[in-house]
Design a protein around this ligand. Structure first.
Ligand SMILES: CC(C)(COP(=O)(O)OP(=O)(O)OC[C@H]1O[C@@H](n2cnc3c(N)ncnc32)[C@H](O)[C@@H]1OP(=O)(O)O)[C@@H](O)C(=O)NCCC(=O)NCCS
Length: 286
């Protein structure tokens, strides 16, 4: 198996403000980025259990960011599903993966999120299960013992064969990749213990945005840098290669209007804070 990390760089991604009309077609994945500290005053749509979770967090900053993350998630889910943010109902998988309460006859909207510091990433897909993970780039002192304990013997060999200056970034890439795949599956970090994350094969590192897992045909994995000093991975459980678009949501954005007929349509026009108080307008069908 070839070790490819030496030639890989994080894919540069261009973040767009939400366009006037967005479609989320079955083959697409939307990745959203938000600065949680911008949304601290927009959190009046949380459920009681979310407020209780926030209250249990000892750090006021972490509590505020958890509330902001749930508020942004609710607003985005509301935009995709044509509901009010406060009407979103979550159910949780056996290992804690939040999903939407299924509605009879409605298409499934898959999503996942990760937050680290003030940065939130959220991924949405009309069909394929998605997982996303984010880490800040900082030295991890326990790298070697973590790799020996949680990664394969192949990964350990690959790690040791790398130049020292590449090891930290390679570790964070492998870590976020494994978390993302586990989150797409729903099992979390317990998933994928037999997979080689340091030795993923890439056909053409300079051109390929997607790295197909060796021995795990169902997943597509994209490693990228959402902003300077951070690294993220998106996993999509899909037979077909997904198309990924990246959007940045600001507190001044308001998301209204959707369609779930052939895909999902979304518009952003008014201030985000205004949206929180209004019902979503009528569906605009494609
Ligand atoms: C899910 C998991 C990978 C989270 O990783 P993390 O780096 O700590 O946190 P992230 O910010 O990346 O992700 C957290 C978000 O993932 C989502 N999430 C939680 N459990 C999830 C799961 N099993 N699968 C997918 N997503 C999950 C939640 O939305 C959560 O954010 P929120 O609670 O604020 O809404 C990790 O906790 C895990 O493996 N959980 C599985 C259950 C388990 O084994 N728990 C024991 C942990 S020691």
């Amino acid at each position: 198996m070839k070790i490819c990390f030496a030639s890989l760089t994080e894919n540069a991604v261009t973040w767009q403000s939400p366009a006037l009309v967005l479609d989320l077609r079955p083959e697409q994945v939307h990745v959203w980025k938000a600065n949680l500290d911008e949304f601290k005053d927009s959190c009046d749509c949380l459920s009681k259990d979310e407020e209780l979770r926030a209250a249990r967090l000892k750090s006021p900053v972490k509590s505020a960011r958890f509330r902001a993350a749930r508020a942004v998630l609710r607003v985005l889910l509301a935009a995709y599903t044509h509901q009010s943010p406060q009407d979103i109902r979550f159910i949780y998988g056996a290992r804690g993966k939040p999903c939407l309460q299924p509605e009879p006859g409605a298409p499934v909207l898959e999503f996942n999120l990760s937050h680290c510091g003030n940065l939130l990433l959220a991924a949405f897909s009309a069909q394929a299960p998605v997982g996303i993970d984010l880490e800040l780039i900082q030295p991890m002192e326990q790298r070697a013992s973590i790799i020996r304990q949680y990664f394969t013997a192949n990964d350990w060999d690959a790690y040791r064969a790398m130049p020292a200056e590449q090891q930290n970034r390679a570790f964070l890439r492998a870590w976020t990749s494994r978390e993302a795949v586990g989150k797409a599956d729903g099992a979390g970090f317990a998933f994928g213990s037999e997979m080689d994350f340091f030795t993923m094969q890439v056909c053409d590192p300079s051109a390929a945005e997607y790295h197909r897992f060796v021995g795990l045909d169902d997943f597509w994995l994209l490693s990228f840098s959402p902003q300077s000093g951070s690294i993220a991975a998106l996993a999509v459980k899909s037979a077909a290669q997904p198309q990924v678009s990246f959007f940045e949501i600001a507190s001044s954005d308001n998301l209204i209007g959707f369609s779930r007929s052939q895909g999902l349509k979304m518009q952003t026009i008014h201030p985000f804070s205004g949206y929180m108080k209004e019902r979503t307008p009528a569906i605009s069908w494609k």
